[in-house]
Design a protein. Sequence first.
Length: 230
Amino acid sequence: MKTNFKVIAFDADDTLWVNETFFRETEEKFCALLSDFSTSDETMEVLYATELQNLEEYGYGTKGFVLSMLETALKITGNKVPQQTLEQIIELGKKQINQPVELLHGVIETLEYLKQKGYKLIVATKGDLLDQERKLQKSKLEKYFHHVEVMSNKKVADYQKLINHLEIEPEDFLMIGNSYKSDIDPVLELGGFGIHIPFHITWIHEKAEEMEEHPNWIKLQTIGEVKNLL
């Protein structure tokens, strides 16, 4: 892989810090709240379908997740969900939003190394703007990044817009992230480069088949291995 990139972009959730783990914990508690009305598997099936249906309206992030949980509860109970349960669902969402930011191992060392090497580093993530800004502030990582881009989605057109804004060519752009579907594949389609670092938990809507061979991307086990490539 080439090393003379003008911009290196990092995904945030489950690339820089833990995220999906908290969603799974909230989902388990949500299923428990509705255990009198359906099994956990049935509840999760309805929740996933509702989230997928709502993505275009709500986008990604905890707030959309909470709205989808509320809608799921209404569907499963036939609009007879107890008021107390609705309040508990809202509290689950607030608790998740206020979770402390837990950096993944090797993040600070890797960012320090790349900054010292002179790379221009940015964050390119999707989700709720306020939520992502809050997590970045809590992370204490802002000093490493030249630019922070919170995208409504991560498709080819979204990356093209970002690359145009950065005034670089796709071949000068390296994206590092945990989702092949969102972080790697669209960038490869533009002619950019990617480093895929899978997290041990992947949201069902982010799962995708990886391209078997391509000269512009590589899979690593940890973010600390980036230092061995660049």
